[in-house]
Unconditional design. Structure first.
Length: 135
């Protein structure tokens, strides 16, 4: 008895990784500017992994009013970082009370620290928004 073998050619399987979803990352910041991805901006900005709202009205913490946070609150982030410019400056108690009433996690820090913290949280996949004042 003679055995007959069929030879089949099996095409090698190709694995293609899905391209990474582009996210907004702060690449640089300094006096009067912030670079998000390849865009260099000279105004205050609100940034999330997928949204960029610019220009954002306040040019300093003295300009910040509760209505300025409406665009970022509409995005419903898990965490809100407020970058206050070159130095950490706390807003008035009325604004802080409004943020507490929303039961939203928030941090207030200078813009450089807010940029670093934002990048770390975005890299972790967190739902974070940063409202960054550029002076």
């Amino acid at each position: 008895m003679t055995a007959t073998y069929a030879i089949r050619y099996v095409c090698p399987m190709k694995f293609n990784l899905d391209p990474p979803v582009p996210v907004n990352v702060v690449r640089a910041h300094g006096p009067g500017m912030i670079r998000i991805g390849d865009r260099e901006l000279a105004s205050s900005v609100i940034v999330t992994a997928r949204a960029l709202i610019e220009p954002w009205r306040p040019r300093g913490m003295a300009d910040l009013v509760a209505a300025d946070l409406d665009p970022v609150l509409e995005l419903q982030p898990e965490v809100l970082l407020i970058g206050t410019g070159a130095r950490q400056v706390f807003p008035g108690t009325a604004l802080i009370a409004e943020l507490y009433a929303l039961r939203l996690g928030f941090e207030i820090m200078d813009t450089a620290a807010a940029c670093r913290t934002y990048n770390v949280l975005v890299a972790e996949g967190r739902d974070v928004a940063a409202a960054l004042i550029v002076e």
